[in-house]
Structure formats: structure tokens, C-alpha cells
Ligand binder design. Sequence first.
Ligand code: DCP
Ligand code: MG
Length: 412
Amino acid sequence: MQQIIIHVDMDAFYASVEMRDDPSLRGKPLIIGSMPQERGVVATCSYEARRFGVHSAMNIKEAYRLCPNGIFMHPNFEKYRAVSDQLHSIWNTYAGASETIALDEAYLDVTEKAGSWEGACGIARTIKRRTLEELGLTCSVGVAYSKTAAKIASEEKKPDGYFEIPTPEAFVNLILDRDVRVLYTVGAKTAERLNSAGIRTVRDVRDRPEEVIRLLGKQGEWITRMARGEDGRKVTPYRPEEAKSISRELTFQADVDDFVFLKDVLFLLSMSVERRASRVGLYGEGVSLKLTYADMKTITRSKLIPSSRSAARIDREAVSLLEQVPRRPVRLVGVGIYHLTGEYARQLRFEDLLPQAKDRQEAYVPERLRDLHNRYGLDFAGNLDKIFHGETLYRTVEYMRKHRGRTASGGR
Ligand code: DCP
Ligand code: MG
């Protein structure tokens, strides 16, 4: 029997939780993230704020310029994580298998439990109703024959959306004239490459599969299949708590013996780990460093920490681990956090309570970004979202590897 998959995604998740808990915020442009006077970005914002053009990942200064009368608030992760647990436990009761994608988002395989297409649509409606009645929050739901279609369906009528895509034909008809970026895995960079070959819409991909495959290889094969509505991916049960670690690693195109450069890469990987951990609302109680040397010998070193996901903390620990290992040419470097938990450290260490410790912590990331800027001449701070998306980190690091040592401070 064909799969039936539901994709659920909460509407303006962090902002909706805050509006639910404080009625005076309702109907207002609410922006969750940094404060306008701080450095940072928008995590999310209410639909009222979106009307001014504000969106996730936007620089907070830009958000302030677009929406100076908005209400700006820091996120309250512990609260969102608790709400997330409640959400997923409602949703999971309807699924044979469920895959948690983010705090506010999941795929549910309802093929068996629903027994029929009509049954699945009934479940989707029930999920919307219970989410609203029991948790006071709206979500958008898509019902479809595949994961890709279910995801697109849930976005179709956002917010408080409901949409069905029962067949590959319905899917193809829906997206045929849309921009190639609607296809999963096609980001700005890939879209650019396709556009420069005159491939702009899903229709173009469908009609010119050979060209797409020549241009993009394996990814191209996947995209051309998607443009025909083919996607047999299964819902893979996944609870982030059960994932043993959140880590990021990178293999260099040529072995590296410059430890200044290696530390710079470690820092970027630490930032990436922080981002991934934030997306699933988890902290680590250990930091690990992995190195594969040029002779293929791999070592890992690790250290327990009070639970954290801050890039500054992860990077400092990883660097101190790096300082204890042999200095030989390296082909792969990785950093991760493990012993994952939803709780931020309640017990601070004495040294964390000193006021200068807090300043040091907050200054660390901007300072390291400035170092990198000086060493490689790249605007890291202004491009973090681009750098951490998909394959771009790898490209940035290769650029850094080739350009290190060209400026005065670039040596060892
Ligand atoms: N988030 C974040 N940084 C991002 C994107 C998202 O911190 N760059 C957080 C805030 C969001 C939550 O994750 O509330 C869920 O992300 P979504 O992309 O689903 O965005 P929203 O739920 O806020 O809005 P939408 O209604 O578009 O789904
Ligand atoms: Mg959402």
C-alpha cells in the first residue's frame, strides 16, 4: 500500500507561545531573537511582523529598521522545549512512526493507523483540533503520499493551514510552474547554477533532466525524480534525545599542518554545532574532538562540561583538547557535543558567576569572527547563515585553506 504521511509545523512557533501566555502581545508585531541594540538575528516573528518584511534569520538591525514599533523579546528556550514535548506526544499517538524534525515540526507515518486516505485526513483534522484545544496553539498540516509532498502541503495554507496532496500527479500540477527552490535540497546556490543554465521552474527540471543531472550529479538525479513527484523516503523514527551526539566534521582537500588554521576551522564547526543544537532545543554535557591524521589514524578526545550549547564554550573546550594531542598533519577534524539534555545547566560554576566571565563569554564569538576576518579577508559575521547552510561551510573552509598565510597574521 502507498504511504500516507502527515507533516505538522507550528505557526510562528516561539512567537505564538509568547502570545498565548501574554494576551497583551496578541495581534502585535512580535519579534523573538536579539534586542535591536545587540548583535544578532531574528529567531522568528509573529505574522503581524512578517507583514513588515521581517523574517527568521534576518539581522536584528534590519528587522528594527523595517519594524521599529515591533515588540522585541529574547527567546525562552526552556519553555518552548516543554511545549514541544507536549506537542510531539499528542502527535505521536496517531503515528506508526514519527520523525521529529525540529521543536515544532514532525513527519508522521499514518499509513497503518489510518487505514485509508479518508482516515488519514481525519487524523490530520484531529491533530489540528487537539493542538489548539489542549495547547492553545495553531499549526499547519499537510497530508500526502510522500514526505516532500506532505511538507509542501503543510506550507501551502500557512498559518492555521490544512492541505491535501493525494497523488504524484496532484503534486506535479501544484508545483510545476514554481521556482526550482521549492524542491527539497535546492538552496540559493543550487538555484543559481540551475538558473544560469536557463532552468528556472520545476517544469524546466522535468523537461530537461539530462542537463540537470549533468550540472548537479547525484543531487540532480534526486531533483529530477522529485520534479516527477517521485519520493519514496520513509519516515525514520527519530527522537533527538536518543541521538547520541550533535556533531559536525570536515575533511580537507589537502592535509593541514597549520594549527592556527585548524583552530579557526574548529571555531566554525563549534558555531555550526551550536546552531544545530538550538534548532532541536538541546544542550550537551560533554564536548568531543575528533581528528583523523594524514596516515588515517583517528583519535577522539572528550571532556565533560556543565550543560551548554554555546559556541564559545564548545570551541574553548575543543581547543584545549586539541592542545593535548600530537601535532601532525590532519585530514579530518570534527567537533561535537554528547550526553544531550533539554535542560540548561542550573548549576553554574563559581567562575561563571564572576561578572568578567560573562563578558568574556559574550565577546568571544564576535572577537573570533574578527580574527577570521583579519586572517582570511572574508566577511564572516555578515554571512553566517550562508556559510552554515549545506555545502557552503566546506567551500568557505577550502577558501580559507588556500588563502591563509597571505596576510600578516596568517602564519603560525
Ligand atoms: N528558528 C530559529 N532560527 C531560524 C529558524 C527557526 O531559531 N533561522 C526557531 C524559531 C521558530 C522555530 O525555530 O519559531 C520553528 O521554525 P519554523 O521555521 O517552523 O518557523 P515558525 O514556526 O516560527 O514560523 P512558520 O509559521 O513559518 O512555521
Ligand atoms: Mg513552524
